[in-house]
Design a protein around this ligand. Sequence first.
Ligand SMILES: Nc1ncnc2c1ncn2[C@@H]1O[C@H](COP(=O)(O)OP(=O)(O)OP(=O)(O)O)[C@@H](O)[C@H]1O
Ligand code: NI
Length: 323
Amino acid sequence: MLLEIKELTVEFTSMQDKIKALKNVSISINQGEIVGIVGESGSGKSVTALTILGLLEKNASIPAGSITYKGRNILTLDKKELQALRGKEIGMVFQEPMTALHPTMRIGDQLAEVIHRHRRISYREAYQQAVISLAEVQINDPELVARKYPFELSGGMRQRVVIALAMSAPPDLLIADEPTTALDVTIQHEILKLMQDLAAKRGTSIMLITHDLGVVAEVCQRVVVMYAGEVVETGTTEEVLHRPNHPYTKALIGALPDLAVPGQALSAIPGESPDLRNRPRGCVFASRCADSLPICVEEPPVLEQAYSGVHTHQVACWRREAE
Ligand SMILES: Nc1ncnc2c1ncn2[C@@H]1O[C@H](COP(=O)(O)OP(=O)(O)OP(=O)(O)O)[C@@H](O)[C@H]1O
Ligand code: NI
């Protein structure tokens, strides 16, 4: 196991309010695996990523849980140790590539600087390596692009550069938070394929955060469905997409015209997600669930094996189909 998040709870304090953004979240990622994290806006996907990276804002606290990376609990590391982990061991790619790039520095120099820092080779060698890594992310004429500034590139090209940057160490884990959301559909496909190929070649694991089940179907081996800061269902992509067990997952999938097509946003399910300042006593999804039972509003269901004999597939639902 490369990364193991165990019963993680994250809270934010703002004004007088305490927002429980994550509750009892457990997610694991094996070496070389691509795991998709899906859920609608506000379900806690980005908070999960930021917690792993040690980048939560100052108003956050972590009252419970652990995040074990290669046997070490990341939550106990100090600032310096975390910084060393980020970028080198754990790479990151976010939705907006501009935030990861230095606006007034040439692409080749940005890459060379990072490579120089991580690999203890001369700057000249690092620059040559930078050009090679641009070619690896399928940028035509990498020498020319290396001399350009970020603003001279298209969004898709910039995201390729960010992936080259994130993969340059190279990391063992890549955390990608909606890496293709801002790009048009054809470019999305190319970038996903690129990440998948690079990961396979280097044995990198990827945590791929997306609100797009088509993206999950295309590249993920496993998927974690989050709702209101909790994991409601998890399993192999096949299990979750073809045999969904949780009413929320079913609703997400049922509303998609064609699962194999990326670029379809999660559909709107009637109702609103619960107020995270005042979480419901029972199941978080009960207020929007078409199949809820009296017990659903009384007691929270725990994440349990969905079908007997299938260990990978788990669901938190009182109507869980155990057979
Ligand atoms: N610094 C903060 N202070 C207070 N609340 C926060 C803070 N950061 C996140 N939250 C809250 O935590 C919850 C989860 O947010 P998060 O960004 O993880 O959602 P998400 O699943 O990534 O959504 P999206 O798909 O819109 O990116 C939200 O209700 C959000 O408002
Ligand atoms: Ni997010």
